[in-house]
Design a protein around this ligand. Structure first.
Ligand code: IPM
Ligand code: MG
Length: 371
């Protein structure tokens, strides 16, 4: 019997509600399997951690995160914490997890479930069958580059600086990951950057092209300006397979890709570190792409699918439990086919359900499929 340790960090807002549905699925898998068991611990992050401890994540929670086989993360932030000191803002907890655990590769798949094609803001034929992967660099660039500051000038005016900083090594490792992933998909990579304006973009282009040449000449490779990529995603999204891009462009392009699938409430993500040379294991954090949605938090309205699907990615990528991951994904597709919808993906003629009803329905399908 192998034991997998999970740290659950529900965070703020709807993260708390959607994580509760994941816990039910974990309990179901634990009850059913006699080969693998999940041991879970929970802790606070974001505004919830700030309210209790005065920081967005404690050292104790960081230690648990470092020790866990995988972290399942909900969401952080909300207007309640708008005026807390910048270094303690809820998002800082998430950024510290990414940086300290060196989770440099953020996989954001955008898959359009056939049942949801009409919920997309794009026309059905543009998104039906869509299956793209935004691969976002997650520990460098504008998010972490120094200097990052606001200084007051002698004339009393302020000057704000963010720095977009990348090294060869940082671009090289994410580019390799992009080509590796493409080989398991449709064998095509687009590298999106702004080499026409940014020095960091010039480096991205140089390094990725070199990786392509020396390491992945078998993969179809395209360079695309990030603004054009944003436009092409709307114009003809199915031309893409893997889009590899920096931290800031990846943040933006992944929201755009997510919305094409019907709702931000649908998209999971995986943030992975480098493979341990001995065990091959990677540090990993799984989280929905959506945020804490303070406007609907605490009302049982949130769509739990993105968080549940994030746990599904954990099964696949951290625990090599492809069969169980298929069960999760299959159950989600089934429930959607049957017409169950949370408010964010509601369409005429469908059945509107809340967070826990959606969770129950997915669990029921999993039970039926596993029987
Ligand atoms: C995301 C989020 C985060 C980011 C926020 C919450 C800091 O938007 O994961 O995409 O900007 O990376
Ligand atoms: Mg974002």
């Amino acid at each position: 019997m192998s034991t997998h340790s999970l740290l659950l960090l529900p965070g703020d807002g709807i993260g708390v509600e959607t994580m509760a549905e994941v816990e039910r699925i974990i309990a179901f898998l634990n009850a059913r399997s006699n080969s693998a068991k999940f041991e879970t611990q929970s802790d606070l992050v974001g505004g919830a951690a700030f309210d209790k401890h005065g920081v967005s994540i404690t050292e104790d929670a960081m230690a648990k995160a470092t020790a866990a086989d995988a972290i399942i993360f909900g969401s952080v932030g909300g207007p309640k914490w708008d005026s807390v000191p910048y270094e303690h803002r809820p998002e800082a907890g998430l950024l510290r997890l990414r940086k300290d655990l060196d989770l440099f590769a953020n996989l954001r798949p955008a898959i359009c479930y056939p049942a949801l094609a009409d919920a997309s803001s794009l026309k059905r034929d543009l998104v039906e069958g869509l299956d793209i992967l935004i691969l976002r660099e997650l520990t460098g660039g504008t998010y972490f580059g120094e200097p990052k500051e606001i200084v007051t000038l002698e004339n009393g005016e302020k000057r704000a600086v963010d720095t977009t900083l990348y090294t060869t090594r940082e671009v090289d490792r994410i580019a390799r990951m992009g080509f590796d992933l493409a080989r398991k998909r449709r064998n095509k990579v687009h590298m999106a950057a702004k080499w026409n304006v940014m020095r960091s973009g010039v480096l991205w282009r140089e390094v990725t092209a070199a990786v392509h040449k020396s390491y992945a000449a078998d993969v179809e490779y395209h360079e695309i300006l990030a603004d054009n990529c944003a436009m092409q995603l709307i114009r003809n999204p199915k031309q893409f397979d893997v889009v590899v891009t920096d931290n800031l462009f990846g943040d933006i392009l992944s929201d755009e890709a997510a919305m094409m699938t019907g709702s931000l409430g649908m998209l999971p993500s995986a943030s992975l570190g480098a493979a341990d040379p001995k065990t091959g294991k990677r540090r990993a954090l799984y989280e929905p792409v959506h945020g804490s949605a303070p406007d609907i938090a605490g009302q049982g309205l949130a769509n739990p699918i993105a968080t549940i699907a994030s746990f599904g990615m954990a099964l696949r990528y951290s625990f090599d439990m492809g069969k169980e991951a298929d069960l999760v994904d299959g159950a989600i597709a089934k429930v959607l086919e049957k017409g169950l919808r949370t408010g964010d993906i509601m369409q005429p003629g469908m059945t509107k359900v809340g967070t826990s009803e959606m969770g129950s329905a997915i669990l029921k399908e999993m039970e039926a499929m596993a029987a």
